[in-house]
Design a protein. Structure first.
Length: 615
């Protein structure tokens, strides 16, 4: 058999055509001689290790094929040799032979070409589930499709018409609008490339409202496009959340209340796992719609297997048209810098809006590595930092909003000033309160553990760096907990710790809390051992940790100090040496950190921090 294999992470140019021994099906499996295989954008991510799964190498990309059954394993009852079938799996399709479980096979009706059969499932199944099941789209309703000329969008146009809806297609260019009309859209709207401003969003919303109340919005895009579209939704409308290629939106939720409308999640992959019988019922409906001529996959190119890498490159390039953020998605690379944690992200421009799959990749990366450094972010300004941070949750207001006795250099409430410079860029005087308040940062701590809710993620951007010193050390609190003996784990399992900003101030010799700070930041209590969403138990410590609730002071302090010394010992610590343009993101739920000294009487250091609140 011939197959297109990925031996190392990289773009389509890294794929190699190879001859491999023929394969045989196991019990419950079907071996297909592949006549056609579809190329989808997840294949581009998969070969770069940017998808949610990482197959063992070497592997062939390709998740859906059409062909003829060559052989079946024991226990297979629905298919026999010579049957025409569609087969799906997570990878392996770009080959002349493909093995899938019997449950992942669908019979191809007579008269359906192999190429259309191979392209029928991934995009049409998602759109069908969204419209048929999640939205319960009814004849006569108006369906708005955002990003209407992507694979899911084109499928939704055809399915919307098949279900008797009036279809409005929103696209980014006149050429794409023409394609949407060719696919059956009743009306098209071209939205501007930049929807970040209020005027452009309002103009797009007005254009949508001119089409009448929107009953269903199918949204694989997100970002500002989603926010503008939801304003056009009608009474009891349904806004289908399919993806976030333009970023995670922050829509006006009050409109849902006023219009009795709803956001509806569309997670086809988990639906198929939870409801296999209904999945098969819906797939049969899709095949029947094709047989009736109501739908037909839009195939942009046909290539031999030897040129499949060329097709994947075209997919990647089409995603990159006109926007650096699309090129980001194809180039981002993540590697680990410490044996246990701390990842490095390169070839990603955070000054540009991110796509939903990029955000998903970064979410998995921060869950795995606990700390990420994003290199070469010189183009990122304060607004871009706030926007990027907000993709991961609601931002906390800086504690400096409670300081009325010091001037704030950074006026955005979301920004904390971790610097020794004033409004003119000059070094602060040695006795300036703002400079003295930086002293606790040199103690091991977890951001905002003295608040409720505490900090989840922190983002620290380097604007100006000293020529030496000022590094930041991080401790992996997951590994530190794993290294504890069982008796210690049992002893601390249910302990609760009181955290106070006042304690870390006193410990560092920094100015005491002002009356307003003390009133607004009274402290908080948190478990000493927390369960991270990844499933791992972690130590939750900080210089803010003042006492163990209901324990004697001396015994409490001794245990907290001993655990801190253990967690910050060499095996669990990574020292980050800052570079120009670095932005570091860390998970406060499973790390501690501290700043290291530098000559702040000689050098300037301008750092800006944003923090996402925990839930």
């Amino acid at each position: 058999m011939r197959t297109l294999l990925s031996h190392r992470p990289g773009g389509p140019e890294t794929l190699l055509i190879e001859e491999r021994p023929d394969i045989a099906p196991g019990p419950g499996e079907v071996l297909i001689d592949v006549h056609a295989a579809a190329l989808n954008y997840p294949d581009v991510l998969l070969i770069q290790d940017l998808y949610q799964i990482r197959p063992p190498r070497p592997f062939a990309p390709g998740s859906e094929v059409a062909g003829v059954v060559r052989a079946v394993g024991s226990g297979v009852t629905r298919f026999g040799v010579g049957d025409r079938v569609i087969g799906t799996a997570a990878w392996g399709g770009l080959a002349t032979q493909f093995i899938v479980p019997e449950a992942n096979c669908i019979a191809i009706p007579a008269g359906m070409p192999f190429d259309e059969a191979a392209a029928l499932i991934v995009t049409f199944a998602t759109s069908h589930y969204a419209l048929r099941d999640r939205a319960a789209l009814r004849p006569g309703e108006t369906l708005l499709i955002l990003g209407a000329t992507g694979g899911v969008g084109i499928a939704a146009i055809q399915l919307g018409k098949a279900f008797g809806a009036r279809v409005v297609a929103a696209t980014s260019s006149p050429e794409k609008a023409a394609l949407a009309r060719d696919q059956g859209a009743d009306a098209t709207i071209v939205y501007p490339a930049d929807l970040s401003g209020r005027d452009s969003q309002r103009a797009f919303t007005d254009a949508l409202k001119a089409e009448g109340p929107i009953d269903v919005i199918l949204d694989p895009v997100g970002g500002p496009l989603s926010e503008a579209a939801v304003r056009s939704i009608g009474w009891q409308g349904r806004h289908l959340i399919v993806g976030f290629t333009a970023g995670i939106p922050t829509p006006p939720l009050n409109l849902l209340l006023l219009k009795g409308a709803s956001f509806v999640g569309v997670f086809y992959g988990d639906f198929t796992r939870r409801n296999p019988d209904r999945r098969n019922e819906y797939l049969a409906e899709i095949v029947a719609l094709h047989a009736a001529g109501a739908i037909r996959p839009h195939i942009s190119r046909r290539l031999p297997l030897e040129r499949a890498a060329e097709g994947l490159a075209a997919l990647a390039e089409r995603s990159a048209t006109g926007k650096n953020r699309h090129r980001n998605r194809c180039q981002m690379r993540i590697s680990q810098l410490h044996p246990q944690f701390f990842g490095e992200v390169v070839d990603l421009d955070l000054s540009q809006p991110l796509h939903g799959d990029q955000v998903a990749v970064l979410q998995r990366a921060i869950d795995e590595h606990a700390v990420l450094v994003f290199r070469d972010q010189q183009a990122m300004d304060d607004d871009a930092q706030i926007a990027f941070s907000g993709l991961f949750g609601p931002l906390q207001r800086s504690i400096t909003v409670h300081r009325k006795d010091t001037e704030r250099r950074l006026k955005r409430d979301e920004l904390s000033d971790i610097s020794n410079v004033d409004e003119t860029g000059q070094r602060l005087a040695a006795d300036d309160r703002r400079r003295l308040l930086q002293k606790p940062a040199r103690l091991w701590h977890t951001d905002s553990s003295f608040r409720n809710p505490p900090g989840r993620y922190t983002f620290l951007a380097a604007r100006t760096l000293p020529p030496e010193g000022g590094d930041t050390e991080f401790a992996d609190m997951r590994a530190a907990y794993d290294a504890l003996d069982q008796s210690t784990r049992d002893r601390i399992a249910t302990l609760i710790v009181h955290h106070s900003l006042d304690r870390s101030r006193r410990l560092a010799g920094a100015p005491a809390l002002s009356e307003e700070e003390a009133r607004n930041l009274p402290g908080a209590e948190h478990p000493l051992v927390r369960r991270h969403p990844s499933g791992r138990d972690v130590l939750y410590l900080a210089s803010h940790a003042e006492w163990i609730v209901s324990w004697p002071e001396g015994e409490s302090r001794a245990l907290l100090d001993a655990l801190t010394a253990h967690a910050t010992s060499a095996p669990f610590v990574h020292r980050h040496v800052w570079r120009d343009g670095d932005l570091v993101m860390w998970d406060n739920r499973c790390t501690m950190h501290r700043a290291t000294p530098f000559r702040d009487d000689l050098y300037r250091r301008d750092m800006r921090r944003t923090t996402v609140a925990d839930e």
